[in-house]
Design a protein around this ligand. Structure first.
Ligand code: HDE
Length: 714
């Protein structure tokens, strides 16, 4: 079966609610055919409108109510349909039905999002990305509601409203939109040492992905797998993108926000429309219950990850996204995820962040979607049958028959009856709890810095540079000096050089003996000395998995390459390059001074895809400048063409030129003439090189080395 032909159960289920107006008459909501939808009913042609006009009233009333509240977090998102298949049965660890049989295809709906911005904000904000997967399993809906970073800012759900209030636009002037670079966010963070590990992730390039299709996903919390014997293993979930993990750079992100704020949304949509279906492997880190206390961190602490060097990630299945939604509102906006939607074979742990989430998600849907029947909205509807005694409420769709809506009953023959465990009935994992009721935090959560240090020290030099620059930018936007100074103090606990480099740019100094950072996560009557952070010794000093440099760089599938041309270009070489790139699954986009067609030096016409007015280098992965003396002359006269190359060079993208095309490189004020003369495949600068060499340069994604060269060669 071709993947495109795959009509899965959920697609069929959704089709019951699909509307198609092809060849149909226009009607009111109640089916009355409408004769005139252009004019309202009036007392004479120039007279007042009549209240009687039910057609006008219905239309305007519906319009007035078209909006629902946006999500308080993760408001901006994009989603797609697809499916998941496990590679081999996971029955040893879990009885989850969708993880047993490699021939079973489970439909999924996946929503990616930014966190802080509102619905209309840019895709390229520096932010965490949401990665929510709804599995429509035969045993009910399972939601894996994760992020593209494996840890979180806070350890206890009670701090979530504070965190979000701090990062959202400031309440007095609603500034800034979709940005953490402001006083309230860093004020909160500077008083929250537990956030330092997550801060390393959000200040890294992971927070500005190249594409949703090139992000990892993480379940964050430790969950449990439960097998048929009731045995529990701890599990951490990962999504590994087959295209590798790639980012843009910050200067680029800011420019994309202006040129195409829908960059990620468009990228996902177009890839799927073109049949280049994004794929991820589901990975699990499994920890036997007996090993719960084996680590120097607590498995229940959501500010910690399990280094892959300690527990490898086993890839257990693959997810493919192969269909765009039909309607953004009906599907992407109305989808309701909930970490509490689990299936038999999966269970929770006592992670206090997860425990709070288990309350929040239903609660938020009640206000956002307007009542308790949001599970009946087609995108949320289970493909497994739903029978219970819950009734009524706003917008109820189900028509429950009969007089019985209670249990136990005899009038309904005892139905619906409880399911035995062996028939898939959910049984909560039995956990021995022998404790006092306390409002407190476990001391095993008090090491706030060692994994922040591990993350920082696992980065390459270029990644460290980007992280440092991000902190300089963010704290540079903070107006209150005391906040900046507190942050420098916290950074000093992570890595002295990092603190020093950030402090230098802020005109601050790192104190010789930095003050012990203040932890504020304790009660008013507690003794602060009992709550100070501790420094655990990390069992792992460096983890390759934490650096994007170690991601797969063996494909250029779906990459967008701009070819700069004008009349008189050499089409022979260009066509060769185009063929080679397309063979590898990439796209060559023809960019010329104006739309329409360009004529090659051999007299052949070629369609122009974009002009310099609509295209910009930040929207592409690489640039090719075609040869042909007339073409290059025209491009040299076009300031946008020179800027195109200049900027692509600045953002460390592969740039290639053929024959006279090199003149454009030479015209760039940024590209060092020496580099051009020698041509540096190692720096991603290719002059008169083969198409194959260009392909392997694009697969590298970026040549960060250039940033260093840039400084000392100029
Ligand atoms: Fe969420 N989160 N969250 N969150 N979250 C929501 O639920 C919340 C947390 C995540 O595409 C809300 O339906 C609390 C961690 C994603 O529709 C809300 C806490 C992780 C999405 C909510 C957290 C996430 C949400 C808002 C701390 C990664 C988007 C709208 C205890 C593991 C889902 C909604 C989508 C959405 C609450 C922390 C991921 C308010 C209270 C940690 C991907 O219920």
């Amino acid at each position: 079966m071709k993947q495109t032909d795959l009509v899965n159960q959920k697609t069929e289920d959704l089709s019951f609610n699909a509307e198609n107006a092809d060849g149909q008459r226009l009607t009111t909501n109640h089916g009355l055919p409408i004769n005139d939808d252009q004019n309202s009913l009036k007392t004479g042609e120039r007279g007042g409108t009549l209240l009687e006009d039910f057609i006008l009233r219905e239309k305007i009333t519906h319009f007035d109510h078209e909006r629902i509240p946006e999500r308080i977090v993760h408001a901006r998102g994009a989603a797609a349909h697809g499916y998941f298949q496990v590679y081999e049965s996971m029955e040893k660890y879990t009885k989850a039905h969708f993880l047993q049989d490699p021939s079973l295809i489970t439909p999924v709906f996946v929503r990616f999002s930014t966190v802080a911005g509102s619905r209309g904000s840019t895709d390229l904000a520096r932010d965490v990305r949401g990665f929510s997967v709804k599995f429509y399993t035969e045993q009910g809906v399972y939601d894996l509601v994760g992020n593209n970073m494996p840890v979180f800012f806070i350890q206890d759900a009670i701090k979530f409203p504070d965190l979000i209030h701090a990062v959202k636009p400031e309440p007095h002037n609603e500034i800034p939109q979709a940005a953490s670079a402001h006083d309230t966010f860093w004020d909160f963070i500077s008083l929250m040492p537990e956030s330092m590990h997550m801060i390393m992730w959000t200040m890294s390039d992971r927070a500005i992905p190249r594409s949703y299709r090139m992000m990892e996903g993480f379940g964050v919390h430790t969950f449990r797998f439960i097998n048929a014997e009731g045995k529990s293993h701890f599990v951490k979930f990962h999504w590994k993108p087959l295209l590798g993990v790639h980012s843009v750079c910050w200067d680029e992100a800011q420019k994309i926000s202006g040129k195409d704020p829908d960059f990620h949304r468009r990228d996902l949509w177009e890839a799927i429309e073109k049949g280049a279906f994004p794929e991820w492997e589901l990975g699990v880190q499994i920890v036997p219950e007996d090993d719960e206390f084996k680590f120097e961190f607590d498995l229940l602490d959501p500010t910690k990850l399990i280094p892959e060097e300690l527990v490898p990630v086993k890839r257990i299945g693959k997810m493919v996204l192969n269909r765009n939604p039909d309607n953004f509102f009906a599907e992407t906006e109305q989808v309701a995820f909930h970490p509490g939607h689990i299936v038999s074979g999966i269970d929770f742990t006592n992670d206090p962040l997860l425990q709070g989430r288990l309350f929040s998600y239903t609660d938020t849907q009640l206000i956002r979607l307007g009542g308790p029947n949001f599970h009946e909205i087609p995108i949320n509807r289970s493909v497994a049958p739903v029978h219970n005694n819950q009734r009524d409420g706003y917008m109820r769709q189900t028509i429950n028959k009969g007089s019985v809506s209670y249990q136990p009953n005899s009038l309904g023959g005892g139905c619906p009856f409880q399911a035995k465990a062996m028939e898939g009935g959910f049984v909560s994992h039995t956990e021995r709890l022998d404790s006092k009721k306390v409002r407190a935090r476990s001391k095993s959560f008090f090491d706030h810095f060692s994994q922040a240090t591990l993350f920082y020290e696992s980065q390459t030099e270029a990644e460290k540079q980007h992280l440092t620059d991000a902190l300089r930018f963010e704290l540079g936007k903070v107006e209150t000096e005391a906040i900046r100074q507190r942050m420098v103090g916290l950074l000093a606990q992570v890595n002295k050089n990092l603190a020093q480099n950030v402090a230098d740019a802020l005109g601050l100094i790192v104190p010789e003996t930095p003050e012990q950072p203040m932890n504020h996560s304790f009660a008013a009557d507690a003794n602060p000395d009992d709550y100070q952070p501790i420094q655990a010794k990390s069992a792992v000093k460096k983890s390759d998995a934490l650096s994007m440099n170690h991601t797969s760089k063996d494909t250029i599938k779906t990459r967008q390459i701009a070819a700069l041309v004008a009349d008189g270009f050499d089409d022979k070489t260009l066509n060769k390059v185009k063929k080679e790139l397309e063979k590898e699954g990439a796209m060559l986009i023809i960019v010329a001074p104006k739309l329409g067609t360009v004529k090659s030096e051999a007299g052949n016409e070629m369609k122009v895809d974009q002009s310099f007015l609509t295209a910009a280098s930040v929207l592409f992965d690489a640039v090719f400048v075609a040869g042909g003396s007339k073409s290059v002359e025209a491009l040299l006269d076009e300031p946008n063409a020179v800027e195109f190359v200049d900027e692509a060079f600045k953002h460390c993208k592969p740039i290639a030129a053929q024959a006279e095309g090199v003149e454009l490189f030479k015209a760039s004020s940024r590209i060092n003439k020496e580099l051009v003369k020698e041509t540096h495949p190692l720096l991603g600068i290719l002059v008169d090189k083969s198409a194959a060499e260009f392909v392997s340069a694009i697969a590298q994604h970026r040549f960060w080395e250039r940033e260093k060269r840039d400084k000392h060669l100029k």
